[in-house]
Each structure stands twice: as structure tokens, then as C-alpha cells.
Design a protein around this ligand. Structure first.
Ligand SMILES: Nc1ncnc2c1ncn2[C@@H]1O[C@H](COP(=O)(O)OP(=O)(O)OP(=O)(O)O)[C@@H](O)[C@H]1O
Ligand SMILES: [Mg+2]
Length: 341
């Protein structure tokens, strides 16, 4: 089964053709990162306009790479999936309109997908097998959530951030340090040559709760650089390494604590921050220590792209079929995870 998927929830315009949820025939991503870099965050109106400018080019390229054209489209594509939320409403609507137009023109079923489901199941593209029960840790620019999945498509939210998302904390700290946007990749890189024990930033473990909070670590970095202005590259690398370590310690502590409490033997990472080197190393090492299998998507599938949406759509249609109500197909900026059955 070939699914054409469209992702436009934030600042990446992406389309993909994926066969049976795992075989990526094409995935094209047009990032708007340069457009938003000077604002250190995504400007919604600019994002929507850029999606409109880019979507047809991206779509044509991904169809061409999958050897599909508008003559054989009918035979080659079985369904159209798209991100229906959460995200920027103007950006989501661009993807929705393209998906609905193709669905109408070619009489193909539509599969609306929650963007978080893309991150939750993204590891299937890399590891292929994903059998519940498992814990999903979604760590991205807008989310930090631990979700318990005992059956595919049935979600139990165990913990989430009370303030900044973890990716957002990386981006804001990078801005404070005078680094580039997005902050995660550059902090990750600079941390590699710094000393993670140089500065002790707090680990917000929030006793008695599985929630996260990253605003305290962020403020601690701000207070530190006010007190000790950065005078050398070494200090900058040490701050990055110490901040990175505080974040990763917190993510690991909370996730493995939840795994132990619910006696879950599989942890699945997803979202942009799962590209972080220390996140990857630490989760794998702790998984070995606690005898828990850790699944991490390959780098290309950590940040936003349409292949992860196609993958989630394939799994979803196997469980809930191809018929969705008008309301389910309408973009929603604050869409929550909704159980499939
Ligand atoms: N190597 C890295 N280390 C830490 N953070 C990273 C790394 N690479 C990317 N990030 C962070 O990942 C985030 C982007 O991830 P992603 O594309 O999944 O988020 P999003 O789509 O904006 O948010 P959401 O999925 O919640 O809607 C950014 O905040 C970026 O700084
Ligand atoms: Mg995302």
C-alpha cells in the first residue's frame, strides 16, 4: 500500500511516498529555518506563506523521485495522509487543502494524522518492529511528553512539560549564548568539546510527578552568564556541555522512572531532540543497564518530515480503517492525541 503524505504543521514543507509504512520511496523536506533564524523562532504568518510558495515544488519532486506522475498517480497511490494538528493553523491549512484537493481529484481516501503520532511511530521507519507495550518519549520543539502505549493507537499521557518544551529550552539558551537558531544542533556540537561537570545546573526531577519543567535550568544559565560573562570559547563549550548534561540527566531519570513504575521494557524516542548525541548515547547505555530496549529513529526521521506521517498513517489505517469524519479531517492548532478505537 502506497501512501502519499503531507506535513506542514510548523516550518518544514514536506511530502513523501511510503510503501507499507516502512519503505520510503521518496521524502522531500523544504526547511524554512533560514527564514525564521533572525527571529529566533517561527513566525506563523511567514511560515504559512512559505508553505504556499513551496508545497507544489516539494510535491512534484517527491512524486518524481518515486516515479509517479499525474498519469499513473491513480494506480500508484492508495491514500493521502496529512498532518491535521497540532501546529500553526495557517501552516496546517496549506497541507490540508493540498491533501483534500488530491483526495477529491483522484478519489483517494484521506488519513488525518496527529503530528505527535508521526514522532511516536517514526522509529518504525528505522527499526521496523514496534510491538506494544512501550513508552514513547516525544522530545521536540513544541513537546516533551511521556506517553504509555499498551495498544497501538491508545494513548495514556503519563507526564508532560509544565513550561518550555525541551527543544524550546535548547533554542532559548542558544539565543542567550549568542549562538545560531535552532539551538539544539549547535549546543550539541559545542558540548562535545566542553566539560559537562564544569557547572552544576539544576536537575528538575519534580518529586512525586512525572512532569517536566525546563524553565529553571534556562534561568540558571541566564543567571550564570550574568554573573560570569563569557570570555572564551572554552567557557562557552563548558556552559553548553553542562546545560546539555542537565537536560539529558532529567530526560533519562524521568523516563526510566516511569518505565520502572509501569514495568515497561521498551522505550521509543521521537522528535528533534532525539537527534542529540548525548540523548542517544545515554538512553542506549541506560537501556542496557536496566535491560530495557531503546528504539531511536535515524537522524533524518527525528525532525519534521512527511515520511513519519505516512508511517503513522499506515499503522492507523490498519487499526481504524480509511473512513474519517469531516471533523476529524479539519485542522486544529491544539489537537490532542485521540485514541483510534
Ligand atoms: N542535536 C540536537 N540536540 C538538541 N536539540 C535538537 C537537536 N537537533 C534538533 N533539536 C531541536 O529539535 C527541535 C525541532 O524538532 P521538531 O522538528 O521535532 O520540533 P517541532 O516540529 O518544531 O515541534 P513539535 O513536533 O512539538 O510540533 C528544535 O527545538 C531543535 O533545537
Ligand atoms: Mg515535530
Amino acid at each position: 500500500m502506497n501512501i502519499l503524505a503531507i506535513e506542514t504543521s510548523c516550518d518544514e514543507t514536506s511530502t513523501a511516498v511510503v510503501s507499507n509504512g516502512i519503505n520510503v520511496k521518496s521524502v522531500v523536506v523544504s526547511s524554512q529555518v533560514n527564514l525564521h533564524a533572525k527571529f529566533f523562532g517561527v513566525v506563523p504568518e511567514l511560515a504559512s506563506r512559505a508553505h504556499i510558495d513551496n508545497i507544489n515544488i516539494v510535491l512534484e519532486q517527491s512524486l518524481e523521485e518515486a516515479n509517479i506522475n499525474f498519469n499513473n498517480f491513480n494506480d500508484q497511490i492508495d491514500a493521502i495522509a496529512y498532518t491535521v494538528g497540532p501546529g500553526l493553523i495557517g501552516a496546517l491549512l496549506v497541507g490540508e487543502m493540498v491533501a483534500k484537493s488530491l483526495s477529491y481529484a483522484y478519489k483517494k481516501p484521506l488519513i488525518p494524522i496527529n503530528h505527535l503520532e508521526g514522532h511516536i511511530y517514526s522509529t518504525v521507519l528505522t527499526n521496523h518492529l514496534l510491538t506494544p507495550p512501550f513508552l514513547s518519549l516525544v522530545i521536540s520543539g513544541g513537546h516533551t511528553s511521556i506517553i504509555l502505549i499498551r495498544k497501538l493507537g491508545i494513548y495514556e499521557l503519563i507526564g508532560e512539560t509544565r513550561d518550555d518544551a525541551v527543544g524550546e529550552a535548547f533554542d532559548k539558551v542558544a539565543k542567550m549564548l549568542g549562538l545560531t537558531y535552532p539551538g539544539g544542533p549547535i549546543i550539541d556540537l559545542m558540548a562535545k568539546t566542553g566539560n559537562p561537570a564544569a557547572i552544576h545546573f539544576p536537575r528538575p526531577y519534580l518529586k512525586g510527578s512525572f512532569d517536566f519543567s525546563f524553565s529553571g535550568i534556562k534561568t540558571a544559565v541566564l543567571n550564570y552568564i550574568k554573573k560570569y560573562p563569557i570570555k572564551s570559547d572554552k567557557t562557552l563549550n563548558d556552559i553548553c556541555a553542562s546545560f546539555n548534561q542537565a537536560i539529558v540527566d532529567t530526560l533519562c531519570f524521568k523516563t526510566f522512572q516511569v518505565a520502572e513504575k509501569f514495568n515497561i521494557k521498551q522505550i521509543v524516542l521521537g522528535g528533534g531532540v532525539s537527534a542529540n548525541s548525548l540523548v542517544r548515547q545515554s538512553f542506549i547505555a541506560l537501556g542496557k543497564k536496566h535491560n530495557i530496549k531503546v528504539f531511536i529513529p535515524s537522524f533524518d526521521y527525528c525532525t519534521d518530515n512527511a515520511a513519519i506521517i505516512a508511517c503513522a498513517a499506515y499503522i492507523k489505517q490498519q487499526i481504524s480503517g480509511m473512513k474519517y469524519t469531516l471533523d476529524q479531517c479539519q485542522s486544529k492548532a491544539n489537537l490532542k492525541l485521540i485514541n483510534w478505537i
